[in-house]
Design a protein around this ligand. Structure first.
Ligand SMILES: [Fe+2]
Length: 626
């Protein structure tokens, strides 16, 4: 009887993974090896990239699983703080006395929270958890988050980020229920930190503005690529690299780049929010190209080492969807899968899965659709809960229980050029909105991009929005090599047949020094989602993962003939993606969004009482700009 009893116990084993104290704190729960819940702390505290201990995310995961803290079997932490502290000390010793200021600045948090982590964990968990803590290597957590939920029984593994304990890049492989990392590149040599150094130099915020740099790159020419290779980073054919630290300041100082870096590129860092020059765009294009080339070299080396057909990726650099797209199209692997929460949030999921498969030696059968459940792993709100919220707020709404009717109404609104807040199902885990907390619109409208940016997101952006496309129609519009991109982590070229022929006027506009004018050049018949280089950050939408969102796209296609819509995150600039119906309603009222769909409830803007302009202003001001 005992073996059966053990098996039954294992089937109910409850493991909580935690990522905290750097950026994007999060929690994840797996029960009997199944991913039950995962969420970033920022969604609950409303503080973007919140790095604090994820008490709210933990509470949510436990509630979702119907579990008390006392009943958890294991808690895993996504990295090893003591090894990180060794790095801090060793780096300080190497760069002293210049590093003294940054060392002193970092010390209080280390002494208060990171070093006495057991104590801190017990305190934060109100001394209610008496089980075992497991601490995993940072990159092992990334690797586990990439491989275990992937649709592959075996795959090569590539992790790339700023830094974990020491590693910044790791190569390895996963097979069945094991991940093995065989090669690594160590701090201070880091592709993530190289990219972040340029993010800083171009006036964007490190650890959040990298996406802006990637979006800026297509406007530039990689004129500084040779300078980067000659002076900053020496890259070998096997993808290994070495960075000249005299150009950087992240080891010794409080900034990313040194005066030598500034001299090399002709001036001090760009002031945030200031005019973007052609030189800024050329710098962005240059470091983006270097990043892609290193990613490709690493992928090729990994293929030489493993001879496997599949590749999985995680780590913050794996959010570089342009690089991912190039690996898919040009790299030697037949298939790739990228952890949707590729940054440090995903480490919480990785360490939980490591405990299940490595510590408990549980077997694994890959799910051909992947085990990430569409990354819809966050809170969901019932129709009753939503209606109660709407009643309390005095909103004017219509409940449409017949889904056909609801989809018909929303497809009509989209076809009429309206911007719709779409709140359905469980909230996404990871940085992208995938049709559960999204703002959507007609991708064919040339005015949509500007309208969404200025009236909804409150930003002047040079980035186009992402397209959601029916999976079965993706190849018609995008060169994805028949591959699906359910997590919006691949950039692909728009097919030639959908591109707009360049006119004299368009060419003239494209040479306008003001980037805001170039943004409006129509590049395809889905202009709101097509970048200036004819690329798009694609989300393929399928019946199994996306349910109602898929059916909405189907209905929109029936009406319009177009299977593509704009999908942007449900938030304004600086705001974490909305989690609750209250937050969605506030965003709806505080912007010029035309309609809001909260599960079965449809709200039209013209039927609502407007917010006073002071309230709108206070909403806009309540988030720190990213
Ligand atoms: Fe990381």
């Amino acid at each position: 009887m005992k073996p059966n009893g053990s098996r039954n116990q294992l089937r109910a084993t409850k493991i909580l993974g935690i990522s905290a104290f750097y950026h994007d704190s999060s929690a994840a729960l797996i029960v009997g090896g199944e991913i039950r819940a995962a969420a970033q702390e920022e969604r609950f505290t409303r503080k973007k990239h919140d790095h604090h201990f994820p008490v709210h995310a933990i509470d949510y995961c436990l509630e979702e699983g119907g579990i008390d803290l006392e009943n958890l079997d294991y808690i895993g932490f996504y990295d090893k703080p003591r090894a990180k502290f060794d790095r801090l000390i060793e780096t300080h010793a190497t760069f002293a006395p210049a590093s003294f200021g940054s060392y002193l600045a970092a010390l209080p948090l280390w002494l208060r929270s990171k070093l006495p982590l057991h104590y801190e964990l017990n305190r934060a968990l109100r001394n209610r958890y008496l089980g075992r803590y497991v601490f995993a290597d940072h990159h092992e957590s990334h690797a586990a988050s990439a491989f275990f939920p992937s649709p592959f029984q075996e795959a090569a593994i590539l992790t790339l980020d700023g830094v974990g304990e020491w590693a910044t890049t790791t190569l390895g492989w996963g097979r069945d229920n094991r991940v093995t990392l065989t090669h690594e590149i160590r701090f201070p040599h880091s592709l993530g930190l190289l990219y972040s150094a340029f993010t800083y130099y171009l006036g964007f915020r490190v650890n959040s503005g990298e996406y802006k740099l990637m979006g800026l790159a297509p406007y530039g020419e990689p004129k500084f690529k040779d300078a980067i290779y000659q002076h900053l980073v020496d890259v070998k054919d096997d993808g290994s690299f070495w960075m000249d630290q005299s150009y950087f300041n992240y080891c010794a100082g409080m900034t990313m780049t040194s005066d030598k870096f500034h001299r090399l590129f002709g001036g001090p860092p760009r002031k945030p929010e200031s005019f973007l020059t052609q030189r800024d765009m050329d710098l962005a294009a240059s470091v983006q190209l270097v990043c892609e080339e290193v990613m490709l070299k690493c992928a090729r080396q990994l293929h030489r080492l493993t001879r496997m057909n599949n590749l999985v990726l995680a780590g913050g650099v794996a959010l570089n969807c342009v690089g991912n797209g190039r690996i898919l199209r040009e790299g030697p692997f037949e298939n790739i899968w990228i952890q949707p929460a590729a940054g440090d949030a995903g480490g919480a999921l990785g360490v939980a899965l490591l405990i299940w498969h490595h510590v408990l030696a549980q077997p694994r059968s890959a799910n051909p659709k992947d085990a990430q459940c569409g990354s819809l792993l966050g809170p969901q709100f019932s129709s009753d809960e939503i209606e109660n919220v709407l009643k309390e707020t005095g909103a004017c709404y219509t409940i449409i229980t017949d889904e056909d009717d609801l989809l018909e109404r929303v497809a009509d609104l989209l076809s009429a050029g309206k911007v719709v807040g779409w709140f359905q199902d469980r909230m996404e885990f990871g940085p992208r909105a995938l049709g559960a907390r999204s703002i959507i619109g007609d991708a064919r409208s040339p005015a949509m991009q500007a309208a969404m940016n200025l009236k909804i997101k409150y930003r002047e952006s040079f980035r186009p929005f992402a397209p959601s496309v029916l999976e079965e129609d993706a190849d018609e519009y995008f060169d994805l090599k028949s591959y699906s991109s359910p997590y919006m982590l691949l950039v692909a070229p728009v097919q030639g047949r959908h591109r707009t022929k360049s006119t004299v006027d368009a060419r003239q506009l494209m040479s306008d020094p003001d980037l805001r004018r170039r943004v409006n050049v129509v590049r395809s018949d889905i202009p709101a989602t097509t970048h200036v280089d004819y690329s798009a950050r694609v989300q393929t939408v399928d019946k199994i993962r996306n349910g109602r969102y898929y059916r909405l796209l189907k209905r929109f296609k029936e009406k319009s003939g177009c299977p593509v819509i704009v999908n942007t995150s449900f938030n304004i600039r600086g705001e974490p993606i909305v989690c609750t119906p209250q937050e969605a309603y506030r965003c709806f009222l505080g912007t010029e969004m035309d309609a809001l769909v909260l599960e079965n409830a449809l709200l039209l803007k013209e039927e609502q009482t407007s917010l006073p302009s002071a309230a709108v202003e206070s909403y806009k001001q309540s988030f720190e700009l990213d």
